[in-house]
Design a protein around this ligand. Structure first.
Ligand SMILES: N=CN[C@@H](CCC(=O)O)C(=O)O
Ligand SMILES: [Zn+2]
Length: 409
């Protein structure tokens, strides 16, 4: 297929690398461009003026002045869950904190009870609807975590649902084993008992059935300590699972340091962060993944993105789509939020949600930019005056069409 009359073709890169600090403000584009696709892949692009249409035999699609961008790479989600938790949303409005809700057996434990009561097929159906909705908002690659099972059968059930989604969906999907999301009620006073269950009973099955690409731990006061996190990461490493860590959401938890020490692909959240963590990340290969939708929903402080960019850190943005702290996978809104509340430039936010998001789940060879040989995963906008209009006009759906692997959805 030949796509013509693209007003701006965004994220055009001959080769890609993980963007850090000041580089993140550079989002290469072509004005008035064409794009050629063969099967699932991008094979060529260029300026309209260089195109001789009389020689073209391909099917032609006229973009009629749309902006075309790579689809979003959402590298941190929990979209496999049962039901919803708007009762806790009301409690939070009335002043109860996220940590207090968790202490009373709500939060993650509330979702764990529902997972136990819900069949694999029903879970798949619910997650599939969420996936369809975010695909229409431009998401073309996604990481999905377990972590609401909190038992051998519950965690395996969640991971098998993710496995089915991988087989069924045209989206690129990565799966993360997050049994260490919280302690189930029965192990509240016996942390080592649950950790042994994770290491001795869950991990061998997860590995032998190839149910996960990564391992994650919620390293946080009241959840998993640094020592417990290390114990789980070391066990995961023996099975070839690289870490992605929930770090520094509520406290200076040591999550960044333990993630960097164990060469985590990403440390995620980072709402509560000091110069020590910033220096630690800046001197590492680990990506800092910011989840500002969670800070928005929980009325928390936002991560200091400008300070982190100034320190030359590689940042990714992800939705954290989950029932407790971010019941939304809306990346256009996330980009607007990042510009408005964290003062990221539109280019920085788009890079963080595309190419760096792809690196944050190790799929950058296939997606995240408009590059020859990569998948034709593309967003076509409605008429807009400039790229900055996307986050400026927050809340408005400016996506006209989404293409995944060369097919309009
Ligand atoms: N912080 C830990 N986990 C999720 C929230 C899970 C929940 O409340 O259900 C998060 O990333 O925000
Ligand atoms: Zn999360």
């Amino acid at each position: 297929m030949l796509i013509i009359n693209i007003k701006q073709l965004i994220g055009v890169r001959e080769k890609t690398h993980l963007l850090r600090g000041a580089e993140m403000a550079d989002l290469p584009l072509l004005e008035n461009a064409f794009l050629k696709i063969e099967g699932e892949e991008i094979v060529n692009y260029g300026l309209m003026q260089a195109l001789d249409l009389s020689n073209e035999t391909d099917e032609i699609y006229d973009a009629k002045g749309a902006f075309v961008l790579p689809t979003w790479c959402d590298s941190h989600t929990h979209i496999v869950y049962a039901g919803s938790r708007e009762n806790e949303f009301i409690d939070k409005i009335k002043g109860v904190s996220y940590a207090e809700i968790a202490k009373k057996g709500g939060g993650i434990l509330n979702s764990a009870t529902r997972i136990a009561e819900t069949s694999e097929s029903e879970l798949l159906e619910q997650a599939w609807q969420r996936l369809e909705a975010i695909k229409n908002l431009g998401t073309g690659a996604i990481e999905i975590k377990s972590g609401y099972g909190l038992s051998v059968s519950g965690e395996l059930k969640m991971l098998r649902v993710i496995q089915q989604i991988k087989e069924k969906s045209p989206l690129l999907i990565k799966s993360t084993f997050l049994a260490a999301h919280t302690y189930p009620q029965s192990f509240k006073e016996n942390h080592q008992g649950y950790i042994r269950q994770i290491i001795d009973e869950m991990l061998p099955i997860v590995a032998s059935e190839k149910l996960a690409d990564y391992i994650d731990v919620f390293c946080e006061e009241g959840f998993f300590s640094v020592a417990e996190t290390e114990q789980i990461l070391e066990a995961g490493y023996k099975y070839g699972l690289k870490p992605k860590i929930h770090a520094n959401q509520l406290n200076l938890s040591g999550g960044v340091q333990v993630g960097v020490k164990h060469q985590a692909i990403t440390v995620d959240h980072l709402e509560t962060i000091s110069q020590t963590e910033i220096d630690c990340l800046a001197n590492s290969k680990t990506i800092g993944t910011l989840l500002p939708s969670a800070a928005f929903f929980l009325r928390m402080q936002y991560p200091p993105a400008r300070q982190m960019l100034g320190a030359n850190i590689a940042l990714a943005l992800a939705s954290d789509f989950n029932p407790g702290s971010s019941p939304s996978g809306n990346i256009p809104f996330l980009i607007a939020l990042s510009c408005i509340q964290m003062k990221m430039l539109p280019e920085e936010a788009i890079n963080a949600a595309t190419i760096n998001g792809a690196y944050a789940m190790e799929v950058a060879e296939q997606v995240g930019s408009v590059t020859k040989g990569k998948l034709a995963n593309l967003i076509f906008t409605k008429p807009i005056s400039s790229l900055a209009y996307l986050p400026y006009s927050f809340g408005e759906n400016l996506i006209d069409k989404v293409m995944i692997k060369g097919r309009f959805q």
